[in-house]
Design a protein around this ligand. Sequence first.
Ligand code: GDP
Length: 297
Amino acid sequence: MAFEGLADRLQGTMKKITGKGKVSEQDVKEMTREVRLALLEADVNFKVVKDLIKRIKERATGQEVMESLTPGQQVIKVVKEELTELMGGEQSKIAVADRSPTVIMMVGLQGAGKTTTTGKLANHLRKNHNRSPLLVACDIYRPAAIKQLETLGTQLDMPVFSKGTEANPVDIASEAIEQAKAEHNDYVIIDTAGRLHVDTDLMDELEQIKSTVKPDEIFLVVDAMTGQDAVNVAESFNEQLDISGVVLTKLDGDTRGGAALSIKAVTDKPIKFAGMGEKLDELEAFHPERMASRILG
Ligand code: GDP
């Protein structure tokens, strides 16, 4: 599981302070120093850590905490609130278009888990929101990707719109939306092409699809295992496409979790879902507060 190392360290730090009937400035100083090191060790972005520690320090030495009857617990509450805020505060919801279908565009680098997440999201929408999605294969450069989406469609018993590798992705996406209207699919989830690195051709193509289909959501799929790279990728895609949210995949692995804790702060876009395994039901809505509780124990 992600965050294990971070959770161990932070829980150790919090234990030292929890029962304290009086919290001195020195206690806060030591606590924030340990929190800072634990976060850096977990690969959280340096600047993000710096800002967070500053806020925790200010609040933990403030009157509210110092004059409380249980200052140790108040300090922990502050750390938890700040971690929650860092990961996005409130849990964010998935868009619903005024007029059906709601269009979701999935973007991301190759191997991030885009196609798998397209299937998982469709499954989630049907299971939890009673929706009937249409999946769209716009990765025309990799026949295997089209095949993979078709296989997911068969597993899920859901329609997949594809026109092979010859058609233009912009046309595929627009035709898919017409079909969804005709067939009463209320969500259209477009699986776009990925590359190994961010490149201008890819971004141009994604921008064209975006300006043609005007998606209600653009979800960037990023691999949590790639650490700081995931944060850089998120920054680039967000600059180019103004994404609406992030899906962090592979949080079931032993990633240090820093990406999850930095992406919201760096892009100001919420993490909407977390991929917790390869199976189609292993997608969870991302709850910042629950995640902070999991980390702090
Ligand atoms: P794409 O190139 O971005 O479309 O990536 P794929 O959907 O083909 O996924 C790449 C690999 O990552 C596949 O082997 C997936 O099974 C795996 N994968 C995707 N999401 C997760 C996840 O949340 N956890 C784990 N453990 N593996 C995942």
